[in-house]
Design a protein around this ligand. Structure first.
Ligand code: F6P
Length: 510
């Protein structure tokens, strides 16, 4: 049943009306067990949800909503390999990429065997590159899901990255990016990884061709040694003369692909065992999502909270604040994950929806954000729920720094909630501003894997409740088509049939 037609939706609407004056400070005063009830452990992640605008009744009604919209059945369909990406007629099985070898029977046994038959040579190749002292620079050329995941993970796991190799990520068709990277490289010391699920993306193909031309111009000889392709379209890679290829399958969405061959830069950076640990951490979260009762299922609780905020409390944003500088690309990664998955205005059958879906997601690492936009979060006219991510143990020995960092993240969550009312006017902090606190013990391949899988599944949960297809991305197509047309018109000067503004801009640029 569509979510807004369920009894639970109606009850939640009434509940939201009653909860208009909800004050989380009062909720704490009235309920000494609030922290216990609204916090939980999941694999590698401790979550404190208690500073959010929810109470027992809210969570109970949200669980009713999950049940009435068939969340568990939809989740189980994904894990059975059904073609839940209906608009592209594809299964959704990124989770299979982290499933232990031989652990599934039936129809999934064969794809799982294929996963491992691809993973093993990819990891062996990663080890070969690691052992090849002549390769000092690895350049990943890819965009969107073929860039953000590996880039985020290589940065996040910088303490596990082998010395002696540098990693570069070129995504934009803006030549400043590629030119800037190439400037510091030598052909004989560089490995280019051309990462593209489709091997048709204009940015990636343009960068790949320019990289090949640069390689040849530098006297580079052995293309097989210096170029590898990570793609589902091995044929197109071969047409480009790239013979070292690592494949994956159409049932892996671009933004869900860092566990596949797209993760090769990560595997080179942290080694085969590190990559296996990353997969194992994600798998532990998959099992949690599949088996934990909904009321104690962290992706379910976070996804339902997202629905509550978006549709009932009408919060349109979510801000991510990782208090760890190595997680500085995490907000960008999560932005694609949430907004490309759930930024949909029609249901799975293409019918327009009368309610909101994906929030606007954005953020920066703390404490930097505190000295930039946190002003708005504390005293602005809109309420923006914040998601803090902190890591208990640092990998450096500057203990004072880490204590200060953690003191700041706790203080921010506290300040947003408690506010300050002893002074008026400019110095008044309204408080009662919601936040979620995710805590990792350490930032390791395994904990990063679990954190990312948690985020994937929470996006699944809200998308499932909204009744949308979280696994297609038709909204990116129009711009691609128009860019081709405009490119041709810029060369020819033909602006016939264009709107006046577009024609004038082409004119200005020519
Ligand atoms: O344009 C959007 C998109 O299709 C994303 O979904 C994807 O992650 C990105 O482009 C890159 O696509 P590909 O890996 O096929 O080059």
């Amino acid at each position: 049943m569509r979510c807004d037609q369920t009894p639970a939706w109606k009850a939640l609407t009434a509940h939201a009306h009653e909860a208009q004056g909800f004050d989380v400070r009062v909720a704490f005063a009235q309920d000494t067990s609030r922290v216990q009830r609204l916090s939980q452990n999941a694999p590698h992640v401790f979550a404190d949800l208690s500073k959010n605008h929810v109470d027992v009744a809210t969570e109970a009604l949200l669980l009713d909503l999950a049940q009435q919209t068939g969340l568990s059945a939809h989740r189980d369909a994904m894990f059975r390999g059904e073609r839940i990406n209906n608009t592209e007629d594809r299964a959704v099985m990124h989770w299979l990429l982290r499933q232990p070898e031989g652990s599934l029977g039936g129809a999934l046994a064969e794809p799982l065997a294929l996963v491992h038959a691809t993973l093993q040579p990819m990891l062996a190749y990663a080890e070969t590159v690691r052992a090849d002292a002549q390769i000092t620079d690895v350049v990943n050329i890819g965009i969107g899901g073929s860039d953000l995941g590996p880039q985020m993970a290589v940065l996040a796991l910088q303490d596990f990255v082998m010395p002696g190799k540098r990693f570069h990520f070129v995504s934009n068709v803006d030549g400043h990016e590629l030119a800037g990277v190439l400037k510091g490289l030598k052909a004989q010391n560089t490995l280019f990884l051309i990462a593209s699920k489709t091997f048709t993306t204009i940015e990636t193909m343009t960068n790949a061709r320019s990289a090949q031309a640069w390689f040849q111009a530098q006297g580079g000889q052995d293309v097989a040694r210096h170029f590898a392709a990570l793609t589902t379209n091995v044929v197109a890679a071969a047409e480009m003369g790239i013979r070292t290829t690592f494949g994956f399958w159409d049932w892996v969405g671009g933004r869900y692909s860092m566990w596949s061959a797209i993760g090769l830069p990560v595997a080179i950076a942290i080694g085969a065992q590190g990559f296996k640990d990353l997969l194992a951490g994600a798998h532990a979260m998959d099992r949690h999502f599949q088996t934990a009762p909904l009321a104690a299922n962290l992706p379910v609780r976070l996804g339902l909270l997202d629905v509550w905020y978006r549709n009932f409390l009408k919060f349109t944003n979510r801000s991510i604040a990782p208090y760890h500088s190595a997680l500085r690309r995490l907000p960008a990664y999560l932005q694609q994950l949430e907004m490309e998955s759930n930024g949909k205005r029609v249901d799975r059958n293409g019918h327009a929806l009368p309610y909101g879906t994906s929030p606007v997601l954005w953020g920066e690492p703390g404490t930097n954000g505190q000295h930039a936009y946190f002003q708005m979060l504390h005293q602005g006219s809109d309420v923006v729920p914040l998601e803090f991510i902190a890591v208990k143990k640092p990998t450096h020995s500057l203990q004072d720094h880490h204590a200060l960092l953690l003191a700041n993240v706790i203080a921010q969550a506290q300040a947003l909630m408690v506010g300050k009312s002893d002074e008026g006017g400019h110095k008044h902090f309204p408080g009662n501003r919601p936040s979620t606190f995710l805590l990792l013990d350490e930032l390791t391949p395994a904990s990063l894997g679990a954190l990312i899988a948690l985020q994937e599944h929470r996006v699944f949960v809200s998308g499932a409740v909204w009744g949308i297809n979280s696994f297609d991305q038709w909204g990116v197509e129009l711009g691609k088509v128009l860019a081709k047309d405009i490119h041709a018109r810029m060369l020819s000067g033909d602006s016939k049939g264009l709107d006046a503004s577009t024609a004038a801009l082409i004119d200005q640029i020519r």
